[in-house]
Design a protein around this ligand. Structure first.
Ligand SMILES: Cc1cc2nc3c(=O)[nH]c(=O)nc-3n(C[C@H](O)[C@H](O)[C@H](O)COP(=O)(O)OP(=O)(O)OC[C@H]3O[C@@H](n4cnc5c(N)ncnc54)[C@H](O)[C@@H]3O)c2cc1C
Length: 359
């Protein structure tokens, strides 16, 4: 069977690994000179979103993907304009991204037998007649949009860079303040004791606005760090349906698998890549394999909708609620799938209120 994969990011590489496990050697095209993001940064994976499973154990058991994180997350510090909450526990993992020897991409690539055709930018229309299947893993929405299966649900610019300072390797810092992050957030994820990634997500913004808010963020939070480089990337989360059109299968961001609440997408990129490979190799319907993943995206969308209307007072109140004895452990330190229960309840309340208003 001939399979082409467009893109050697996490979703494309995970798909290639699954195909190899079934004895299929795909052809992988990557426009850059190597697999992996252009700049090194640190990605956070929160256990809160993968309950009741540990994300690493789940990847290993159900997707045959073994990854080494750079560290476990043991503390999350969440700051709103007037409040601060510290959560402690086994909260998730930090993963290196980019060309680093420990990055997710390097780890996946080292497990692959197939080599990637680098410096090769391809268009799906050049491939789909020559291959039995083409997996679109390009990390963007262009192909999905051209095929008429994409609608944008969250649009933002992510601005950030590497900062030098002193960092606790197990601590994730998050800021929420509408003065700079509107209804999104900023975060700091450590790569090493003296090097971290600091990023700010600015929804519905131009590049100029994102830069202006980045300045405000530094001014209002008086960061003691030194910034050594800057990145600014468009961050779009979309709803995609169906996920297969003819012999094209859409994975990762191109398949709508970047969750709209925080813009996280590493785990869902890996899972969708594996599931696409599995569907191709076994003849099962890709859409049927995606049920759980689509459900996770739906819950994240509900959370996003809830946060779209919050102001700074509401953010402070949310932090106060987290300080009530028993609430923090209930959300973070149990095996209860709080996101699913919480968002289902929220969606239900929203529906009732809408019906009441209509009535
Ligand atoms: C700064 C930043 C911080 C982030 N932080 C987090 C985080 O903390 N936690 C988290 O879970 N997620 C995070 N994300 C999101 C996460 O990185 C993405 O969801 C994930 O990388 C998506 O994987 P993907 O394979 O779909 O796409 P990508 O990683 O974008 O890979 C796509 C690949 O396809 C290649 N390509 C594109 N077009 C072509 C073409 N025409 N021909 C050949 N090759 C092509 C690209 O060069 C790229 O290598 C972050 C993203 C950014 C930008």
């Amino acid at each position: 069977m001939n399979v082409a994969i467009i893109g050697a990011g996490p979703s494309g590489l995970a798909c290639a690994l699954e195909l190899e496990r079934h004895g299929i050697a795909p052809v992988i095209f990557e426009q850059r000179h190597r697999p992996g993001d252009l700049f090194d940064h640190c990605a956070a994976v929160l256990e809160l979103f993968t309950r009741p499973n540990d994300p690493l154990a789940d990847l290993k058991k159900n997707y045959s993907i073994e990854l080494r994180p750079i560290n476990g997350i043991r503390t999350i510090v969440m700051k709103s304009p007037q409040k601060e909450v510290n959560v402690k526990g086994k909260l998730g993992y930090f993963f290196m991204r980019g060309g680093d020897p420990n990055s997710v991409e390097t780890q996946l690539y080292n497990k692959l037998k197939t080599r990637v055709s680098t410096n090769t930018k391809v268009h799906y229309t050049d491939l789909h007649r020559d291959y039995d299947y083409v997996v679109v893993a390009s990390g963007g929405r262009e192909t999905s949009r051209t095929e008429g299966i994409w609608s944008t649900v969250f649009s933002s610019n992510m601005i950030g860079g590497t900062v030098i300072g002193r960092f606790d390797l197990t601590r994730l810092l998050m800021w929420m303040d509408t003065r700079y992050s509107k209804n999104a957030y900023a975060y700091l994820a450590p790569m090493e004791k003296k090097r971290a990634f600091l990023g700010l997500v600015v929804p519905e913004s131009t590049v100029e606005e994102a830069r202006e808010r980045w300045k405000n963020f530094w001014m209002l939070e008086s960061h003691p760090y030194e910034q050594v480089n800057e990145i600014i990337v468009e961050h779009k989360a979309g709803f995609v349906y169906p996920h297969q059109v003819g012999n094209l299968l859409f994975v990762g961001i191109s398949g709508g698998f970047q969750e709209p609440f925080l813009g996280f997408g590493l785990i869902s990129a890996l899972k969708s890549g594996v599931l696409a490979g599995r569907a191709i190799a076994t003849g099962r319907r890709y859409e049927d394999l995606l049920v759980q993943l689509k459900e996770d995206m739906k819950h994240s969308l509900i959370l996003r909708e809830m946060f779209n209307s919050v102001d700074n007072k509401a953010l402070d109140n949310i932090m106060m609620t987290l300080k009530i004895p028993g609430i923090k452990p209930l959300i973070y330190n149990t095996n209860i799938d709080f996101i699913r229960i919480g968002t289902s309840a929220a969606a239900h309340i929203k529906k009732v209120l809408t019906n009441l208003r209509k009535g």
